[in-house]
Design a protein around this ligand. Structure first.
Ligand code: GLA
Length: 635
């Protein structure tokens, strides 16, 4: 059960907030949705205060009407539980259920996501509203899927969280001594003698304990997952035939481990908001899509949200050129999404997101945007048959939430941008036409011939054994600097780092030698390194290239390769520039049918071609106009 019930083909639509609009607009909405080819909408995402205006007093009239109209119009409903925005009456009655920031400030209502997943009152209220919705709508003919909550990610450092954290730690470590050992508690007098002394890692005077911080992230992911599962189980009990999902959001601040969560949802759903102002937005979209597919175990997933008209650059929105919305949607669909959904259907008239783009702009249907939306939506049924076969690849990149979280620490030898390092590998591979999956360090590597571990800073014993097993069995492992620098407790792997696998790589890393920013270090015949370099001692590995300059590192190995079992382990001891990775992938003969600006994805007999360039491109016999896309039989 992976697919919105009763929705055929690819899903197309978005968040629909009829409660923000007078009833007169609802028929118009359904009519325009039909015109635009919309077949699925997410309803009720933030509507708790309208569903339950006073404690225990419900108003379902508007929702009944809306669901009836949507059903009559043939549009499926992805019905949300509204728990991402508790109503004002709730937070006033239960101020302890508001979330607390790391600096100890308890937030107030007035925005959204002001909840504390560890607060008993919030948990109880969440179960109650989910159960009430389940009772009323579980068998509604419009119901295609349940959308639990929205974008889990709002962490809390409250007293409730602290209490739950201690229980989580007790279950994990059993004894306080084990925790002290794992956290290296003798440092700075952090040795605990009672569980009650352990706090949430709130604001403290200087650097915090990295193991404490990492465990708190893991705990928060588990606490949010419990909140999700409580609702899911209630919804499932009411009707086991309706799939249940929640939409993942992406960011280092998000304390959600998607590898752990993915098996708890019926359909992995992802919200993709590229932030790059330029062509890297396409790169980010492809990265999001490949991550989502991988979390879904290679199967179908769903792009639950994207913005129709603009990129969410850090400097504010940037308009998408005509056709770019369709190309972004096709990036996702070609890479496994069973549709393209958006935030939001109708642009808001008021409220904090009144300037967020939508499928139906403020100016209504007679707009360039709506024409584009409708044109694309009406194209999708014609290609629904092309997404039956899986996206296949034998190349994987490791994705380690622990490493992402732990490299946020300010105490590293030099700043590390984990996401950029992962994105860089993905970007260079994509430019070479290679589709990559992602896999957890402890995940199943058996179907891959090449596995790349970009700065996989946190490497557990199990992860290290997994990589060893993969390489011994004939795999080609490529790891970059700081991989296996620390174990799962953030304790340094002694005697050469590398997760203890100095024999696998045939080297020891003996020093970290960060270089001044803006002073690249050339490698012989191999591009250059920026910022981060390591000193490597050969212990059987072959040197592929050396640093051409730099104190201590000059003429020392920069890239190495070591045969191990049936396979080989490559090590890149620095942060390479893109051209150097490209050079390395050339050496490894990694290439595919795509090229820069041109996504080519093969699925069974079908070939998806997305041309992001400003000129016509030809792939095989297929000609794709500038800024356009095509799906054709592979020839
Ligand atoms: C998130 C949320 C939506 C909306 C969009 C705006 O993805 O889920 O409710 O706020 O961001 O981009």
């Amino acid at each position: 059960m992976h697919w919105p019930k009763g929705v055929d083909g690819l899903s197309y639509g978005g968040d629909y907030n009829p409660e923000q609009w007078p009833e007169e607009t609802w028929d118009d909405d359904v009519m325009l949705m039909r015109e635009a080819g919309v077949n699925l909408v997410s309803v009720g995402v933030f509507s708790w205060a309208r569903l339950e205006p006073r404690p225990g007093e419900y108003d379902f009239g508007w929702l009944d009407t809306v669901l009836g109209k949507l059903h009559a119009g043939g549009i499926g409903v992805n019905l949300a539980t509204p728990t991402a925005s508790p109503p004002p009456w709730f937070t006033l009655a239960h101020p302890d259920a508001l979330n607390t920031r790391p600096d100890g400030v308890r937030q107030v209502h007035g925005s959204r996501d002001t909840y504390d997943v560890c607060a008993p009152a919030y948990r109880e209220a969440s179960r109650a509203i989910a159960a009430t919705l389940a009772e009323r709508y579980a068998d509604h003919p419009a119901l295609a899927m349940w959308h639990v909550h929205n974008e889990y990610g709002s962490a809390t450092y409250s007293a409730h969280a602290e209490q739950a954290f201690r229980l989580w730690l007790q279950a994990k470590y059993e004894t306080i001594d084990a925790l002290n050992d794992a956290w290296w508690g003798s440092f700075w007098s952090q040795h605990y003698s009672e569980w009650e002394q352990i706090l949430a890692p709130r604001a403290t005077q200087y650097l915090a304990n990295p193991a404490h911080e990492l465990d708190f992230k893991r705990f928060t992911s588990d606490a949010m997952l419990e909140h999700y599962k409580e609702q899911r189980d209630l919804l499932r009990a009411a009707n086991p035939d309706v799939p249940i999902t929640t939409n993942f959001v992406f960011g280092q601040w998000v304390p959600v481990d998607p590898w752990k969560w993915a098996s708890e949802v019926d359909l992995v759903a992802f919200d993709s908001y590229p932030s790059a102002p330029d062509e890297r937005a396409e790169q980010q979209s492809a990265l999001h899509a490949d991550l989502s597919r991988s979390w879904a175990g290679g199967g179908d997933w769903l792009l639950m949200e994207q913005a129709a008209a603009s990129l969410h650059s850090h400097d504010g929105a940037i308009a998408k050129a005509p056709g770019r919305m369709a190309r972004h949607s096709m990036i996702h669909i070609s890479r496994g999404s069973k549709g393209a959904m958006f935030f939001q259907w109708r642009a808001g008239r008021g409220g904090a997101e009144q300037w967020h783009s939508a499928l139906l702009p403020h100016a209504g249907k007679h707009t360039r945007m709506f024409r584009e939306v409708a044109e694309f939506g009406n194209t999708l049924p014609g290609i629904a048959h092309t997404v039956a076969d899986p996206v296949e690849t034998d190349v994987a990149i490791l994705w380690s939430p622990d490493s992402w979280w732990a490299t946020a620490g300010k105490h590293l030898p030099a700043p590390v941008d984990y996401l950029e390092n992962v994105a860089q590998i993905h970007r260079v591979l994509r430019d070479r036409g290679v589709i990559a999956d992602f896999v957890a360090p402890e995940g199943d590597l058996s179907k891959y011939t090449t596995v790349i571990a970009p700065t996989t800073y946190v490497l557990s014993q199990a992860g290290a054994e997994n990589l060893r097993w993969f390489t011994a069995g004939g795999g080609r492992l490529v790891a970059s600097y700081l991989t296996g620098a620390v174990d799962e407790n953030c304790q340094v792997w002694l005697d050469g780092y590398l997760g203890g696998m100095t024999d696998l790589f045939g080297i020891r890393v003996t020093e970290h030698l960060p270089q001044p920013a803006g002073e690249p270090r050339a490698l012989w015949n191999f591009g250059a390194a920026e910022r981060f370099c390591e000193l490597v001692e050969l212990r059987g590995a072959q040197c592929v290239t050396q640093y051409a300059s730099g104190d201590v590192i000059e003429n020392q190995p920069a890239v190495t390769v070591n045969p191990f079992g049936e396979g080989e382990a490559w090590y890149v001891s620095c942060k390479l520039v893109d051209e150097a990775w490209d050079r390395l992938f050339e050496e490894l003969k990694l290439s595919g049918p795509g090229r820069p600006g041109l996504d080519v994805v093969d699925r069974g007999p079908w070939r998806f071609i997305i041309n992001h360039t400003e000129k016509e491109e030809q792939v095989g016999n297929v000609i794709v106009p500038a800024g356009s896309w095509a799906v054709d039989k592979k020839r």
